[in-house]
Design a protein around this ligand. Structure first.
Ligand SMILES: [Mg+2]
Length: 161
């Protein structure tokens, strides 16, 4: 129930070729510690390139974040993707809004994020394919640090060598 469908070290390690081959046409991507470090304000070039490759493959992307709108919308604008801030993940409403924005059936949508209890759990509640990445930075909100503890308990195999 809890495990993601796939693990990846970083967002740009997620193989777009594999996802396309598996029928995935749309992506719901987390912002903090997935696309960008928790305290960073600049996007990494490899993540910009990953988003460009996804677009070149005809994939659609919506950013879904629990963070406030100014930060989320400025990053989304730089990447040319849609965004839904204040998403209240893992509640399903934001995920369902994202699926509607992608205009794709749920079986064609994958969620990518660094947190088991927001990104993966919410994606699974909505019947979406889920990919768990390693967080970019160790620094997190206090509540996230608590979730990290339970992630380690539930997913001891997560840490990559
Ligand atoms: Mg995150």
């Amino acid at each position: 129930m809890f495990g993601p469908d796939r693990f990846a070290a970083r967002l740009h390690d997620v193989s777009l070729e594999d996802l396309c081959a598996g029928g995935i046409r749309g992506l719901i991507v987390d912002l903090d510690n997935t696309l960008m470090g928790f305290r960073e304000s600049e996007l990494g070039g490899e993540h910009v390139a990953w988003v460009e490759e996804a677009h070149a493959r005809g994939m659609r992307i919506v950013m879904l974040s629990n963070n406030f709108s100014e930060r989320v919308s400025s990053v989304a604008a730089r990447l040319g993707v849609g965004c839904i801030p204040n998403a209240l993940k893992p509640l399903p409403f934001g995920f369902m809004r994202a699926v509607r924005a992608l205009q794709l059936p749920r079986r064609a949508v994958a969620v990518v994020g660094d947190q088991l209890f927001t990104d993966v759990l919410g994606g699974k509640l909505c019947g979406l394919y889920t990919i768990l990445t390693e967080p970019i930075e160790a620094k997190d909100f206090a509540v996230t640090r608590l979730f990290r503890f339970f992630e380690r308990v539930l997913l001891p195999e997560r840490r990559l060598p």
